[in-house]
Design a binder for this molecule. Structure first.
Ligand code: HEM
Length: 153
């Protein structure tokens, strides 16, 4: 491959990776910080809570494809197999990969708790059951962005 198309693909990978990082963590933090506490107080309709949870799940699932594709491309191009196991930056990338898995799991479990409680029409229960998972996911997301900032510097 020529250098210019390779460089363009790498730039696109960085752009989409950073874009989804902000979008995903932002959506999860706002849900954990504002939407779920309001829902716990019964100030949110089932439709709104269901819509927010569905939106966060959608971003998580599209994000899974985007993170694996772009992160994998960046890791292969910039680090290679050896670089990934070299401290400190390689280890930070591997930690990022692990935390992405953890955060995805937390959001998926939180989303399924919301869906099953909403099936019975229980908004407060949905928010209570999912709260811990979304809070933990928001903290993991924060750590992921800190690691991203470290790698970007
Ligand atoms: C499959 C999971 C992931 C893999 C394999 C991965 C891999 C990578 C790699 C290889 C880099 C480039 C490092 C460098 O330039 O030295 C990077 C940068 C970055 N990653 Fe990830 N990543 C993943 C998931 C995530 C997630 C879930 C977030 C945040 C929600 C995130 C946020 C960032 C940020 C903000 C950067 C810095 C971009 C820049 O240099 O401008 N990554 N990641």
């Amino acid at each position: 491959m020529q250098l210019a198309p390779m460089q363009a693909a790498l730039t696109a990978a960085y752009v989409f990776h950073t874009l989804f990082a902000g979008l995903w963590v932002g959506a999860v933090v706002l849900t954990a910080w504002k939407v779920l506490p309001l829902a716990k107080d019964g100030d949110v309709t089932p439709e709104l809570l269901g819509g927010v949870a569905a939106g966060v799940s959608l971003i998580t699932r599209i994000g899974a494809v985007v993170f694996v594709a772009t992160g994998g491309h960046m890791a292969a191009t910039v680090y290679g197999a050896e670089g990934l196991f070299a401290p400190p930056r390689g280890h930070v990338v591997l930690t990022m990969l692990t935390l992405w898995l953890v955060m995805t799991g937390l959001v998926e479990v939180g989303g399924s708790k919301i869906r099953s409680a909403l099936d019975e029409g229980k908004v407060r229960t949905a928010a209570r059951d999912a709260g811990t998972f979304y809070n933990a996911a928001a903290v993991v997301g924060f750590v992921l962005l800190v690691l991203g900032g470290y790698l970007a510097a």
